[in-house]
Design a protein around this ligand. Structure first.
Ligand code: BES
Ligand code: MN
Ligand code: MN
Length: 462
């Protein structure tokens, strides 16, 4: 692997240029207006995998966006690494908050990225991080340093719930057989604090609708005499947390895994500055469940958040009206052992039960998924830790993340393999937000670290 650093320095510009080309294509899976571009992105990934040395690459059609599969099997007796990533991106809205257009990537320096960062939708989540694996493979195949077999599976529906990928995985267990799954679609604590993500939260996403009178009403003629769906909805939502910010849905916490004091103490060792955290978000105080630290609130504890709320008149000026309907989208982040379908059901029963007379309530579940935890004594974790030690000169810190990649628990269930999450993004990279970016330093560090994972995994496995 000694050649990786010099290979990166002589190919750095090309690595950046190729990623920029990929970022120019608006592969927004949620928006059907971008269907053509999303499919085209799969083609681009296919070509890049072929160029990087995969022997066999195919586009696997699904009922939704295609999955790009590629492999290089050097010896069936050697271990196999399965790389997963996604080529779809979140919608870029709100567009007016971007300092440069989301699909016209630009490189700018920031305080945290003095070497420059690429600003574009998908730069970090997940095109940039996924492409590190393609370039790492290119290095290994072109230098005769690929120590084991590799399979790639890059999907185009992660941001909309990976529904078709689940079918694909269930139908292709043999094809996807592997010894470990490797994903870069998470973050690290800081550039000088490498970390390995050992947990992901589950998710239950629902939409609610509150209906009052059969039409919009004059707020003077009817105001005070009928239930106003917006007033009612906001009151119902407010009641979902108590004064300690505990969630009030009966049974919600029943299966929540409580960490031991020792585990919590271990977690608290991770470097974290509350002052910097508040400063980065421009808030004067943090907020959340009583009895837990900020890092616990956003990783080992379940949450309930309104993601969007609408109804009534929101145009210019004033309109005196009581809307017939009010709506909200609500996400619940879950921790291991909470079953997302059960939680969805508990939410539905509770939400319907707290509706006052005079309104009707409809709860429609969207997608969801289970949480995930992985031990730190597995061969995969040890190999990843050694890889970081090699390239960062430091032992990485295990970290449970608050985000979700629901397909990871399905991999465990269907393929019986553990996933190693080697993320290289920073929290400040603004994923899902305007001005998403990915540091060039992080991008290149990822490319440098990944080949060592293959090396150490293969060595430890034998
Ligand atoms: N890559 C993210 C998840 C993530 C980011 C995990 C940072 C940990 C750290 C992924 O693309 C994502 O956005 N997942 C969605 C869930 C999905 C079902 C839409 C999420 O977490 O909201
Ligand atoms: Mn992602
Ligand atoms: Mn995402």
């Amino acid at each position: 692997m000694s050649g990786i650093q010099s290979y990166i320095s002589s190919n750095k510009q090309r690595f950046i240029d190729e990623l920029i080309e990929l970022l120019k294509i608006p592969s927004i899976s949620a928006d059907s207006a971008y269907e053509k571009q999303t499919i085209q992105t799969a083609e681009v990934i296919k070509t890049s995998l072929e160029k990087a040395g995969c022997d066999h690459v195919e586009i696997c059609e699904t009922d939704g966006f295609p999955i790009v599969y590629g492999d290089k099997i050097i010896d069936p007796k050697l271990p196999t690494v399965l790389v997963y990533g996604h080529y779809d991106v979140q919608p870029p809205d709100p567009l007016d908050l971007w300092h440069s257009p989301p699909f016209e990537p630009v490189i700018k320096n920031t305080d945290l990225h003095p070497e420059g960062a690429i600003f574009a939708r998908g730069a970090c989540d997940d095109k940039g991080q996924m492409y590190m694996h393609v370039k790492a493979l290119e290095y290994m195949t072109s230098h005769g340093e690929l120590p084991c077999n590799v399979k790639f599976m890059i999907e185009g529906e992660e941001e909309v719930g990976s529904v078709n990928l689940s079918h694909f995985v269930k139908a292709n267990r043999e094809k996807l057989k592997n010894d470990v799954i490797l994903i870069s679609d998470t973050g690290m604590i800081a550039k000088d604090v490498p970390s390995i993500t050992t947990g992901l939260r589950g998710l239950s996403y629902v939409e609610v609708e509150v209906t009052g009178p059969n039409r919009d009403l004059h707020s003077g003629l009817y105001g005070g005499a009928v239930a106003n769906p917006i007033n009612v909805l906001t009151k119902m939502i407010a009641s979902l947390h108590d004064e300690n910010n505990h969630i009030t849905i009966p049974g919600f916490y029943d299966k929540v895994e409580n960490l031991s004091d020792a585990e919590r103490a271990e977690m608290a060792k991770a470097p974290f500055s509350l002052e910097d955290y508040k400063k980065a978000l421009d808030i004067d105080a943090v907020y959340g469940e009583e009895g837990y630290t900020t890092n616990e609130r956003n990783s080992i504890r379940p949450t309930l958040d309104v993601n969007g709320i609408w109804g009534g008149y929101t145009g210019e000026g004033a309109k005196t009206v009581i809307a017939s309907k009010a709506f909200a989208k609500i996400s619940m982040r879950l921790v291991p052992n909470q079953d997302w379908e059960e939680i969805t059901q508990l939410f539905k029963i509770h939400f319907e039960s707290i509706a006052p007379a005079g309104v009707r309530v409809k709860v429609s579940p969207h997608h969801g998924g289970q949480g995930y935890v992985t031990p730190i004594d597995s061969i995969g974790y040890k190999a990843a830790a050694k890889a970081y030690e090699q390239t960062f000169g430091k032992t990485p810190i295990p970290q449970r993340s608050g985000g979700s990649i629901p397909i990871v628990s399905l991999f465990e269930q269907e393929l019986k393999s553990k996933t190693i999450l080697m993320g290289f993004g920073l929290d400040s990279d603004a994923i899902h937000s305007p001005n998403e970016h990915f540091g060039i330093w992080n991008y290149l560090k990822g490319i440098e670290t990944i080949p060592y994972f293959y090396k150490y995994f293969t060595e430890l496995k034998q």
